[in-house]
Ligand binder design. Structure first.
Ligand code: GDP
Ligand code: MG
Length: 163
């Protein structure tokens, strides 16, 4: 069985960009506006000899009680259930967001292994970009740039070691 990695986070943090990089595909839709990937998306990745499956999700809007955002949150929960490891992505440029905290609390309840990844951090000092995210209580964040590839290999190493 291939390990399954789910990419979770609020819309626009860069999940689909990371999915594309991990699967080297243009499968996931990358957009400048939130919420475009409305379904779960599965892709195959490989790290050296180790194959894995990665799930892109449409984003996690835990406050929505109905409608498209509610549906996306449901899909995301399902992806988390299917996953061996969850990569929880936050936006290092936007900074900590109230929804990030809600998602972190939700993820903790699932009992899944969670890795916190601070994205969009190209050209930023790690200590500066991570400081506020320790508040999420998910340990040391991994600093990445999905767009440029910085830190993505380390992130993947870390994820596959947790399986
Ligand atoms: P998703 O909604 O979480 O799937 O986010 P997307 O992957 O669609 O990306 C949302 C926006 O953030 C797009 O404009 C991306 O080009 C941009 N983005 C994604 N990753 C990075 C990154 O590492 N650095 C920067 N500067 N922008 C990024
Ligand atoms: Mg997306």
């Amino acid at each position: 069985m291939k390990p399954v990695i789910a990419l979770v986070g609020r819309p626009n943090v860069g999940k689909s960009t990371l999915f594309n990089r991990l699967t080297r595909s243009r499968d996931a839709i990358v957009a400048d506006f939130p919420g475009l990937t409305r379904d779960r998306h599965y892709g195959n990745g490989r790290m050296g000899e180790r194959p894995f499956l990665v799930i892109d999700t449409g984003g996690f809007e835990p406050v929505a009680k109905e409608g498209i955002y509610h549906e996306m949150a449901k899909q995301t929960r399902q992806a988390v259930i299917e996953a061996d490891v969850v990569i929880f992505i936050v936006d290092g440029r936007a900074g900590l967001n109230a929804h990030d905290q809600i998602i972190a609390d939700d993820l903790r309840k699932t009992g899944r292994s969670v890795i916190l990844a601070v994205n969009k951090a190209e050209g930023m000092r790690h200590a500066n970009v991570t400081a506020e995210f320790y508040m999420l209580g998910l340990g040391d964040p991994v600093v990445i740039s999905s767009a440029h590839g910085d830190g993505v290999r380390e992130l993947l190493d870390y994820a596959l070691d947790m399986v």
